[in-house]
Design a protein around this ligand. Structure first.
Ligand SMILES: [Cu+2]
Length: 188
């Protein structure tokens, strides 16, 4: 075998090794939310993969980690999405805060990890009380401003009473009108 052929074979072998050592590109696994359920409810992905949830129901849902690892917030109905990258191996159970019976699990890891963890039953969501407390903590849209009477228990500086500038202008106006009327009456 000539030198050129050996160099070529060596180069090709090195290239193959490099390609084999390169981690495969991270994938995205899709979960749909429909019929008030996560479909599929159990998925297994590799470390570094992305999971994307798409809400096909009419109403809102959440994708909430049972152990507080993540919180999607409200995912609106009609196509709202939430995506998350799972960068550590493990078993991650989640539920919907608005429908605590909606349960799912993402199993992240090598094939050995996944084989063992994917078949384990999904445990129940945290208590409804915890779920409600967590929902209450979410920011809500500001209520429309309503003019209220004097706030109870707090001394009011200006509520309901005309300001000093207004009083002064009204006084000047009244004096002027009275003066004008007096001039008109005297003129006739
Ligand atoms: Cu829901």
């Amino acid at each position: 075998m000539g030198r050129a052929a050996r160099v070529l074979i060596g180069g090709v072998a090195l290239l193959c090794l490099a390609l084999a050592a390169t981690p495969s590109a991270a994938a995205t696994t899709a979960v749909t939310i429909e019929g008030t359920a996560f479909k599929p409810s159990t998925i297994s992905v590799a470390v570094g993969d992305t999971v994307s949830w798409t809400n096909l129901d009419g109403g809102a849902h959440t994708v909430t980690s049972n152990t507080g690892v993540w919180e999607s917030g409200t995912i609106r109905g009609g196509g709202g999405q939430f995506t998350r990258v799972f960068s550590t191996a493990g078993r991650f159970e989640y539920f919907c805060q608005l429908h605590a019976w909606m349960l799912g699990v993402v199993v992240v890891g090598g094939d050995g990890v996944r084989a063992a963890q994917t078949t384990a039953p999904i445990t129940a969501a945290p208590s409804a009380f915890a779920a409600r407390a967590s929902i209450a903590a979410e920011p809500v849209a500001a209520a429309p401003t309503v003019a209220l009477p004097d706030r109870a228990g707090r001394p009011s500086v200006n509520d309901g009473a005309p300001g000093p500038v207004f009083v002064a202008l009204a006084g000047v106006l009244i004096v002027g009108l009275v003066g004008l009327a007096w001039v008109l009456v005297r003129g006739t």
